[in-house]
Design a binder for this molecule. Structure first.
Ligand code: MLC
Ligand code: AMP
Length: 504
């Protein structure tokens, strides 16, 4: 048996001296560098005791070396487990305890904090910074560049990505070699990526979008990418002079359309702009097209399923829709209660099936079973419809979820932290329209009559418990929460009441 994913990367690697990564300071990593460095690092992982099937948990800043660590895990047969750099120690403790990784990699500056957490769960700790330093790379040159890749079949695990849950704790989505490979090949072909492409890569590499959609597509096309630490509209516009494509969350495009430098001339050499991870406002699509002549291509996916649908490359890219199911993906709209397919044009639950769909949640067979139908369709939790021309529209969410700047926040998690603060009776966390992030996390709290608690006290109490992007942008106090006759909090009433909170 061969290494399912990395063999494909090797075959796509046309020339050793072709550029793969260009960093912000202009250094170039060629495909040869990628093969050699990931091979040496895979050897280092083995020497550190990492065996096929072991999890390697990684919470580091974006850098070419960090991407090499992902590739080294694939080659060593390990399961790559990337973690958002915004997660606090409290959040990390849960992930490490749940995934039981053999190795945890963090920046040197986090080692003192994370060390005891890793040790408590029996994991080894190594460090990696974003300038090519850290204990993980100690003696790296002594390892052979010609690493013999571990045998991994299509169904073997390549990665676990944690997604928060509507109830209870986060779930680890298990993604196989073929989930990643099949989807990246499909996207490469669908979006016409070739070795001539140069992508502006300004996304983080700890989630599906930046890691799998962007990086895997580039690798499998033998193309190159400008690898930026974060999104900056000035920098993105500057790079458009020599780039051909960009992938981003809607906030990238919201910021670009406000930039005076976004013109037809500035984007003349670009052939493709892709948006996803959250809904792109039709207004942003329209403004972008007015200023540049480019129609943003919106697609729809999720951690558990990789990409499901995409607007066409040729043909009309319809604003406010996520296009058609990708080749190989079955998509249907069903009545959420009965599971029966609804009539064309009607709204229901979006369900998908295909080689892109994950294997299940790590050590949670019941949760896995609950989210799949018996015929293999995965219940996405997104509500949508298919119009007369076959375009899929996402019209809402059946799950209580806020998406802010492309990051998912589950209100339940934030509410349970708020409810533990002294002086709080109860809380409701909602997402309301936000001009930059799409939705702004907003907390509505009922406090005890005499409690000395205000917005600052709440935010301070959440600081060490929740990643910054999950923390409310505003905290409001009310006498009581609106409830229906069943006693359930009516979040739709709150969303309506506060819909202009961030626009005034
Ligand atoms: C940063 N902040 C956020 C935030 N990002 N708050 C809410 N939501 C976010 N997404 C905080 C910062 O910590 C800071 O806090 C303040 O908000 C302002 O920060 P900023 O400088 O304006 O933010 P910036 O660093 O520019 O980041 C914004 C962003 C970034 C949108 C560029 O969040 C980003 O790159 N998002 C991409 C997320 C992503 O990759 N999603 C894909 C998931 S995969 P303070 O306290 O310092 O003021 C997936 C599947 C699929 O969904 O289909 O793709
Ligand atoms: P994640 O769990 O971070 O992978 O987020 C996946 C969720 O993001 C999906 O279930 C959708 O709710 C949402 N999403 C992704 N792409 C789009 C899109 N183009 N339009 C609307 N929602 C999207």
């Amino acid at each position: 048996m061969n290494n399912h994913m990395f063999d494909a990367v090797r075959s796509a690697t046309a020339a050793r001296d072709a550029a793969f990564i260009i960093t912000a300071d202009g250094s170039v990593w060629t495909y040869g560098d990628m093969l050699d460095f990931s091979g040496r690092l895979a050897g280092r992982l083995l020497a550190l005791g990492v065996k096929p099937g072991d999890r390697v948990a990684v919470q580091v800043e974006k850098s070419p070396e960090a991407l090499m660590l992902y590739l080294a895990c694939l080659r060593a047969g390990a399961v790559y487990l990337p973690l958002n750099t915004a997660y606090t120690l409290a959040e990390l403790d849960y992930f490490i305890g749940d995934a039981e990784p053999a190795l945890v990699v963090v920046p040197p500056t986090s080692a003192a904090g994370v060390g005891p957490v890793a040790a408590a769960h029996g994991a080894r700790l190594e460090t990696l910074d974003n300038r090519g330093g850290g204990s993980l790379l100690d003696g790296i040159d002594g390892f052979s560049a010609g690493f013999a890749d571990a045998a991994r079949g299509p169904d073997d695990l390549a990665a676990i990505l944690y997604t928060s849950g509507t109830t209870g704790r986060s779930k680890g989505a298990m993604l196989t070699h073929d989930n990643l490979l099949s989807n990246a090949m499909t996207l490469r072909d669908h979006w016409r990526f070739t070795a001539r492409d140069r992508l502006i890569h300004a996304l983080p590499i700890f989630h599906t979008h930046g890691l799998f959609v962007a990086s895997n597509v580039i690798l499998l096309a033998g193309a190159s990418m400008f690898f930026l630490p974060k999104f900056d509209a000035d920098e993105a516009l500057r790079l458009m002079a020599t780039a051909t494509a960009m992938m981003g969350v809607p906030t990238f495009y919201v910021r670009l359309v406000q930039h005076p430098g976004l013109t037809r001339e500035a984007t003349a050499g670009m052939r493709l702009f892709v948006s996803g991870s959250a809904p792109l406002l039709a207004e942003t699509h329209r403004l972008f097209s007015e200023k540049t002549g480019h129609a943003i291509l919106e697609r729809y996916g999720m951690t558990e399923t990789n990409m499901n649908t995409s607007n066409p490359y040729d043909g009309e890219r319809v604003a406010g829709t996520v296009g058609f199911p990708l080749p190989g993906v079955d998509l249907r709209i069903v009545d959420p209660e009965t599971g029966v397919t609804v009539a064309q044009g009607e709204t229901g639950m979006i369900e998908v099936r295909g080689p892109n769909v994950f294997k299940g949640y790590w050590r949670m067979p019941e949760k896995t079973a609950a989210e799949f139908r018996s015929d293999g369709f995965f219940i996405t939790g997104d509500l949508g419809l298919v119009d007369g021309r076959g375009y899929v529209h996402i019209v809402g969410r059946g799950k209580d979820l806020v998406i802010s700047g492309g990051y998912n926040i589950y209100p339940k998690e934030v509410e349970s932290e708020i409810d533990q603060l002294s002086g709080v009776v109860e809380s409701a966390v909602i997402g309301v329209p936000h001009p930059d992030f799409g939705e702004g996390v907003t907390a509505v709290i009922v406090k005890q009559p005499d409690a000395a608690i205000d917005e600052a006290v709440v935010l301070d109490g959440l600081k060490s418990r929740l990643a910054r992007y999950k923390q409310p942008k505003k905290v409001l106090f009310v006498e009581d929460l609106p409830r229906n006759t069943m006693g359930k909090v009516q979040k739709n009433v709150l969303r309506e009441r506060y819909k202009n909170l961030y626009s005034g």
